[in-house]
Design a protein around this ligand. Structure first.
Ligand SMILES: *Cc1c(COP(=O)(O)O)cnc(C)c1O
Length: 462
């Protein structure tokens, strides 16, 4: 299995190389040269299997010979062993035909643990075999950073630096990043917003001297291995509700387009997904684009669903690549236009996107109302990101096809918004109840590439 860049100008890599590299050297994102498919019989056989076994069968065709079957099974087993629910991703019924897929039973209470825990184990095995050490730098709107730190803390061959927007993550998110005591963990509070963090990260990858000097590796949601890990729960949940004999729909609270793009891959692999719905908060560049208004950057407005406060949605480039018939130079051209503010999508590509995705948005007010009404109607307390999804799902679901809304975080991760909406302050699960008492360790840093690079060079282990 070979991996190619969305911009067509970077070296073709193996799964392991694409995973260790993250961003392609032409600025693009890696995708498999062809998408493997599963037959209806193969999918039907997932019924009753463990999450780990389905994960193995779904991901195996993408791995090529980067890992042996035994290695890969062992990696998967370790990745999900720390989850607080035996089903890993259980389904809960909210209303007749409307289900929540609870993706918050991992160590940091958000869906990003599904990918990050796996990637931690994959890196560990690959780097030990190669006798290499890497510097992982991530940008986070809150949940990626804590998930990355939790996945890589204490590993021997990795230093991990996380850039988060100072003052714009929730207290739980911040504490999850600043309280781990491991020497290889470095939390950096950047003076700027998430788009600034993401832009500086891209700058570091495009500074080849720095990139090669510190052996930079990326685990942001652009890393193909992360997208791949997220494909699995589309299969487990759809099969639990009758696929492949019956179609199901999904609504996905979306920021960087990684999670929803995993659903797109699941469909291309053969999973019968009817509607695939992008749900955004007031930062709605994706909804505007999918409504035919072009892809133009605006100001990021802080919201009560901060992990979706994004204007430039990195993984959308992958959807564009397929919408433009895998034409790397067309994608490279669009990304140049984006630097200058944005672009219009061609008619053919717009049609392809419209066939693949629906979209909707929820305002702040609607998000709060949905938390309250969901609690009242179903007894479920949901986080604000999930509420954005539930609101949009209610608008787009059709009778007769089950709708699965992805519950992307535990409500206790965003207690202020949940309390404001419902009057209930959700408690942290027992295993992390002392989070507020642990000492914090963080460096505040300017939104300046040179300053960030100097800091990293000065703090990696040699
Ligand atoms: C990251 C995140 C999202 C957005 O996911 P993308 O893959 O970036 O679209 C939604 N909800 C929560 C809680 C998140 O942490």
């Amino acid at each position: 299995m070979k991996y190619v860049s969305t911009r067509g100008q970077a070296p073709v890599l193996s799964f392991e190389e694409a995973m260790l590299t993250g961003l392609a050297r032409d600025g693009g994102l890696y995708l498999p040269e062809t998408i493997p498919t599963l037959t209806a019989e193969e999918i039907a056989a997932f019924e009753g299997l463990s999450y780990e076994e389905v994960a193995f069968r779904v991901m195996r065709p993408f791995i090529g010979d980067s890992f042996t079957d035994d290695e890969f099974r062992d990696i998967i087993a370790k990745a999900y062993a720390g989850f607080g629910h035996i089903a890993r991703a259980p389904l809960v019924e909210l209303a007749p035909g409307h289900f929540l897929l609870e993706l918050f039973h991992g160590p940091t209470l958000a869906f990003k643990d599904f990918a990050m825990q796996l990637i931690g184990q994959l890196f560990e095995v690959a780097l030990k075999r190669r006798g290499e050490r890497v510097t992982i730098v991530g940008a986070t709107s809150g949940d990626t950073g804590s998930a990355a730190i939790e996945a890589f803390r204490g590993l021997e061959n990795v230093d991990v630096f996380i850039l988060f927007p100072h003052g714009r993550v929730s207290e739980v998110q911040r504490r999850q990043m600043t309280t781990p005591a491991d020497a290889n963990v470095h939390a950096l509070a950047l003076d700027g917003d998430f788009d600034d963090c993401q832009a500086r990260l891209k700058d570091m990858f495009n500074d080849f001297d720095f990139r090669d000097g510190v052996k930079l590796a990326g685990v942001n949601s652009i890393n193909w291995a992360r997208v791949l890990a997220q494909v699995v729960y589309y299969f487990t949940s759809a099969v639990a509700l009758g696929a492949p004999h019956r179609k199901v729909s999904f609504t996905v609270p979306t920021g960087n387009f990684g999670d929803i793009f995993a659903g797109y891959i699941a469909r291309r692999m053969g999973l019968p997904i009817d509607r695939l719905v992008v749900a955004t908060n007031q930062n709605d560049i994706l909804h505007r684009c999918l409504s035919g208004q072009g892809y133009f950057k605006g100001e990021t407005i802080p919201s009560i669903s901060p992990s979706m406060d994004i204007q430039v949605s990195s993984n959308f480039e992958r959807a564009l690549y397929y919408a433009y018939d895998q034409d790397g130079s067309a994608v490279a051209q669009l990304m140049d236009e984006l630097k200058a503010g944005g672009f219009n999508v061609s008619q053919g590509a717009m049609q392809a996107l419209a066939e693949a995705f629906l979209s909707g948005r929820a305002s702040e007010e609607e998000t709060l109302t949905t938390i309250a009404s969901t609690l009242k109607q179903s007894g479920e307390l949901i986080c604000p990101h999930t509420a954005v999804g539930v609101k949009v799902a209610e608008e787009t679901r059709v009778i007769g096809t089950p709708m699965i809304t992805l519950a992307t975080a535990h409500p206790a991760k965003f207690p202020d918004a949940v309390e404001k909406a419902s009057g209930i302050r959700p408690p942290l699960p027992q295993r992390m109840a002392d989070l507020y008492d642990r000492p914090e360790r963080v460096t505040r840093i300017a939104n300046d590439l040179g300053a960030i690079e100097e800091h990293i060079k000065g703090h990696i282990a040699r």
